[in-house]
Design a protein around this ligand. Structure first.
Ligand code: PAZ
Length: 308
């Protein structure tokens, strides 16, 4: 935990940090007053810059499907959602829009004198449903979206959000689905300017990022319901690593997933159980998303946790 504290001393807060912090404070205070359960959903990957004036960085695969879909299901279950997400990763509601061919769902009607922009008939009902849900959530102020890009930005915002959420006690839940880098280059070991290829092949030395889950569970937000995710590519490691994480950090639940099958199956690991949640063929045909099942299960567990 001393390592976590050192990390924060040696790194700077992201741009607009205090503005974002005050948005989070207001959001949490409003929902505390209204007795709405609040969940922090983290989503997307983090970048690790190689230069101070960053031209190059290390990134990862995550595009935020898990986080953005889960955020929508938490909203459906009546939660207020603090959505801490990687800039330009998928977001609740807009994730349903065709990402690369947005213009294809639009058409121009009328003549040159009075042209009107319309949504094509075949896309209308889907879009209408999404927009109605989005507007309802906005009106109730139940979704706050906060962006990050780098690993350092993410960790500062995670700590700030957790400390603010601690005022809610057991009513707060954390759903840590972001794919966070385990390695980084500390500022004092990073060149300020663009690395020159004229210097020859590049050798990188990355340091370990301190394990923040320990500080989060023990110091920042100790009464909340905390769900972490564990991603592996080797199925033989998954449950063992998830169990080790649970034993080490003593939070409520680890959800394990394998890179290739993460959209169809996940494993819930708790102190007492190992439970698989899977989509069957019928679910897949009907377009059921695994996040709907994950979130339903977590909402039930959180409800029981609040009654203990
Ligand atoms: O963002 P996405 O939907 O493409 O991927 C989701 C995920 C695999 C990043 C998430 O389910 C997860 O496992 N996050 C934690 C990764 C880890 O640090 O082990």
């Amino acid at each position: 935990m001393a390592e976590a504290a050192k990390f924060f001393e040696e790194t700077s807060e992201p741009a607009n940090f205090f503005e974002k912090k005050s948005q989070i404070e207001n959001f949490v205070a409003k929902h505390n007053e209204e007795s709405t359960p609040v969940v922090l959903v983290t989503s997307g990957g983090t970048t690790v810059p190689l230069e101070g004036n960053t031209v190059r960085y290390i990134d990862n695969f995550s595009i935020g499907t898990r986080g953005s879909a889960s955020a929508e299901y938490f909203l459906e279950h009546g939660y207020a959602v603090l959505f801490l997400h990687r800039q330009r990763s998928l977001q609740p509601f807009t994730r349903h829009l065709p990402q690369s061919h947005l213009l294809d769902i639009l058409e121009v009607k009328g003549d040159n004198e009075g042209p009107t922009l319309c949504v094509k008939q075949e896309s209308t009902s889907k879009l209408l449903n999404i927009i109605q849900k989005y507007h309802a959530v906005q009106q109730e102020g139940r979704l706050l979206m906060i962006e990050f890009t780098t690993l350092v930005d993410y960790l500062h915002l995670l700590r700030a959000s957790s400390l603010i959420l601690s005022t809610l006690g057991k009513k707060a839940s954390l759903y840590l689905a972001a794919a966070v880098s385990d390695f980084y280059i500390p500022k004092n070991k990073m060149p300020q300017h663009k690395i020159q290829s004229s210097n020859g092949p590049l050798q990188l030395s990355l340091e370990l990022v301190p394990k923040m889950l320990e500080a989060l569970v023990k110091n920042w937000v100790s009464s909340a319901f905390v769900v972490s995710f564990k991603l592996e590519t080797d199925p033989n490691l998954l449950t063992v690593k998830a169990q080790q994480s649970l034993e080490k950090y003593e939070h409520q639940l680890v959800i394990g997933n394998i890179l290739d099958t993460r959209k169809y199956e996940v494993v819930f690991v708790t102190n007492s159980d190992i439970d698989w949640i899977k989509l069957d063929d019928k679910d897949i045909q009907n377009g059921v998303e695994i996040e709907s099942k994950i979130v339903k299960n977590i909402v039930e567990r959180h409800r029981q946790f609040c009654c203990e």
